[in-house]
Design a protein around this ligand. Structure first.
Ligand code: ZN
Length: 268
């Protein structure tokens, strides 16, 4: 089932890396100067946020449906764990120069999640913790130059390795809400809200989505964003606007001057 994801050993460290580790000692390692510090910080805080929400769920609670159609909480947890592994594989590829796709195919990704959801609960919790730690190790092993090396996203686009930090950040924050036990976009740092809005608009642009919308955040001094030409002005708290754009439902939003909210295509 998970044949596309062979077990990998961490490659041996270079003499320079070993010397650096020697000097710094265990547990005192840092991101390279050129690392995307702000996005790494969001990813790490999001990982902690996800872990807190997960900790509040008893084993039996994991069998219940998540907020994502067709997925139990187990599926969400398995996906967040395997996603970290997939990002770690691509980051490792940026370091070693051996291109490694996040997933070999959508089918492999879906089969891995379906199988992961059937793991014993302890193994499932371990998967998500361990995969997050491993990803952090991979990130910290990158030099300044590695952060600009190309990785291939789940959609098959080549992007610089630095984009993996945001790629991971949005997953952990949004899927923590998908667990459906009280997580909320209202808890997100403003930078995550802004990141989601620009990410969704970029995805629409890539797809040539013909829609148009102007976002008016009632809790922001400046405009939150706009897509296309004209379009209805949708008003609400920035977090609620981001939640709606992310395809997680409309709450407390209104169209200025009346009318229906535009349809939102799925994001991820
Ligand atoms: Zn996801």
């Amino acid at each position: 089932m998970s044949a596309g994801a062979p077990r990998r050993e961490l490659p041996a460290l270079s003499p320079e890396q070993l010397a650096l580790r020697e000097r710094q000692g265990a547990g005192a390692r840092y991101d390279a100067d050129a690392a995307p510090h702000a996005h790494l910080d969001l990813a790490r805080r999001g990982t902690a946020y996800f872990a807190r929400r997960l900790m509040q769920l008893d084993d039996a609670d994991l069998d219940a449906p998540s907020l994502l159609p067709g997925w139990s909480r187990r599926h969400v947890v398995a996906h967040v764990g395997y996603h970290a592994r997939a990002v770690a594989r691509s980051v490792e590829g940026a370091r070693t120069g051996v291109e490694s796709r996040m997933y070999s195919s959508d089918t492999q990704r879906d089969e891995e999640i379906a199988l992961g959801a059937t793991l014993p609960t302890r193994a499932l919790r371990h998967l998500v913790d361990h995969a997050a730690v491993h990803l952090d190790v991979e990130w910290r092993d990158l030099t300044d130059a590695h952060w600009d090396a190309a990785v291939v996203t789940a959609e098959g686009r080549a992007v610089p390795a630095r984009e993996t930090a945001w790629m991971r950040a949005k997953e952990v924050w949004v899927h923590a809400v998908d667990l459906g036990n009280g997580g909320s976009f209202l808890d997100f740092p403003p930078a995550v809200i802004d990141g989601i809005v620009s990410d969704v608009f970029r995805a629409w642009t890539r797809r040539g989505d013909p829609g148009a919308v102007v976002l008016r955040a009632t809790d922001r001094e400046t405009a939150l964003g706009a897509y296309g030409q004209g379009g209805p002005r949708v008003e609400g708290a920035a977090a609620d606007l981001a939640r709606w754009l992310a395809g997680r439902g409309a709450r407390r939003l209104r169209v200025v001057g009346g009318g229906e909210l535009p349809e939102i295509a799925p994001w991820f």
